[in-house]
Design a protein around this ligand. Structure first.
Ligand SMILES: C[S@@+](CC[C@H](N)C(=O)[O-])C[C@H]1O[C@@H](n2cnc3c(N)ncnc32)[C@H](O)[C@@H]1O
Ligand code: SF4
Length: 453
């Protein structure tokens, strides 16, 4: 049996800080699929067949931003109004065609996520048009419909247009409330503006308002982070994600770091190392939970039941996700897929579909070039591991007995390294385990690959 420190972590009196060296990757996974060639006929057939997925989601990508933030590599296209308008027209047309297909109509959707980029940068009228297109799909009662983006530029017109169009969850990237840290990261608003706007939006009687914070930004000391958490509570929002800064290639922070520089603030060149980030995570988790916030996953907490985080939890469970828009990823009939990021290719594919003009193509959204993969035979099992470790508890009744037995040495090593507690029916992660859960997921997949039974 092969059991390595990259799977188990190492023994340390302080596992939170030292069980692993650094977070291995933003997400874990193992690839059990191969690139697939899908013919135009097959593609059209897929849209005529009913879905076999019990739960499913729509993911719609809006790949525009007004500014490139120092930490982020999700920036794809500048927010030129004409370019956005052309994109929204074609996107909504494509959504309408897709919504009327037998495949879309065969099974209701539990959740819809409009992600980016910065979807809140589209016009109020475009938000209304997008909402109308989404509502052509069959949605379950009380489906969660999220609009992602930023507070800057999200004015009352857009807010009311979104509420009227059926959006009931808003996920805003705040990153840090600290005005200086924000400025260094290339963000627009200051702390007072953010708090004021969040407090107004959070008073709405049904929409869920969620913010993303990052720990480990340049200039963000431990005490600034503590004030960031206090601001979350003061703002009145219903949910928060605490993300550790990941060094993404090509970002300004990353390029500076290659030259040994930190893009800090006027008052601080500090940037937290992995051990300090572990402390920041622990402070955030304990602070929120001691204020009666409930943990829904290793990085997401809610103030009350209004926030459900349906999309994020179902996406981690490996359900069917229909992807729309340039750069959107998802899965159809078990095949995972990723649309090409190029706007030009995306528009060209749409025009091509219009020129085919036969009956099938009229009821089938165009197939955007990109990547398509054969069904992953271990997808269901991998989703149980990912979801379990991400939620902090892996229940053994979801797994076959021989698999639990096979994994026992790994689970025992995690327990002895302070990352988890093992009982006869579940593995429960400690705070340290929750901080390192992506490394543990990666380690588990590595263990299964190296120790095939
Ligand atoms: C796709 S972005 C959209 C955010 C939105 N456009 C905005 O301006 O806030 C979603 C979230 O990813 C997170 N993110 C981006 N870059 C990150 C990084 N390098 N490390 C960790 N989280 C990151 C941020 O918290 C961000 O709010
Ligand atoms: S944080 Fe948002 S606005 Fe900034 S580059 Fe990333 S996606 Fe664009």
């Amino acid at each position: 049996m092969i059991l390595t420190p990259s799977m188990t972590g190492i023994s340390s009196p302080e596992p939170l800080q030292h069980a692993f060296k650094v977070k291995s990757a933003p997400h874990a996974g193992r690839s059990g699929s191969r690139p697939a060639n899908v013919t135009p006929e097959q593609w059209q057939q897929w849209w005529q067949q009913p879905s076999e997925s019990e739960q499913r989601a729509l993911y719609i990508h809006i790949p525009f931003c007004r500014k490139r933030c120092s930490f982020c590599n999700f920036f794809e296209n500048g927010a030129n109004p004409q370019r956005i308008s052309d994109y929204m027209q074609q996107l909504c047309q494509q959504l309408s065609v897709a919504a009327s297909s037998p495949f879309a109509q065969s099974q209701p959707f539990d959740t819809v996520y409009i992600g980016g980029g910065t979807p809140t940068d589209i016009q109020a009228t475009e938000i209304a048009m997008l909402g109308a297109a989404v509502n052509r799909f069959p949605l379950v009662d009380n489906a969660e419909v999220t609009l992602e983006g930023r507070l800057n530029g999200f004015d009352d017109d857009k807010w009311h247009s979104a509420l009227d169009a059926g959006f009931n969850r808003f996920s805003f990237g705040v990153q840090s409330f600290d005005t200086e840290v924000r400025r260094a990261a290339g963000r627009f608003d200051d702390k007072a503006q953010l708090l004021q706007r969040l407090s107004t939006l959070s008073q709405h009687d049904s929409a869920s308002i969620v913010v993303d914070l990052i720990f480990g930004l340049p200039g963000q000391t431990l005490s600034i982070w503590q004030r960031d958490l206090q601001a979350v509570l003061d703002s009145g929002v219903h949910g928060v994600d605490l993300y550790q800064l990941i060094g993404l290639g090509g970002t300004r922070i990353d390029r500076a770091s290659d030259k040994g520089k930190i893009l800090g603030t006027d008052s601080s060149e500090f940037q937290a190392d992995s051990q300090t980030r572990a402390q920041m995570y622990a402070f955030g988790a304990e602070y929120l939970e001691s204020n009666q916030w409930q943990r829904l996953s290793s990085c997401h907490w809610r103030r009350d039941a209004r926030e459900r985080s349906v999309y994020n939890s179902l996406a981690k469970s490996g359900i069917e996700i229909l992807p729309f828009g340039a750069g959107a990823g998802g899965s159809i009939h078990g095949h995972s897929m990723m649309n090409a990021r190029s706007l030009t290719e995306w528009h060209q594919a749409q025009q091509l579909a219009c020129t085919i003009g036969n009956d099938a193509s009229l009821s089938t959204p165009h197939n955007v070039p990109g990547m398509m993969f054969t069904p992953n035979p271990s997808a269901k099992l991998d989703a149980i591991f990912k979801r379990g470790l991400d939620s902090g508890k892996l229940q053994f009744n979801q797994l076959e007995t021989h698999l639990v037995e096979q994994l026992q040495p790994l689970f025992e090593a995690w327990q002895s390294h302070g990352l988890a507690q093992l009982s006869s029916n579940a593995l429960t992660l400690t705070l340290a385990g929750r901080f390192w859960n992506v490394n543990m997921q990666t380690g588990l997949f590595e263990f299964l690959t190296e120790n095939k039974s």
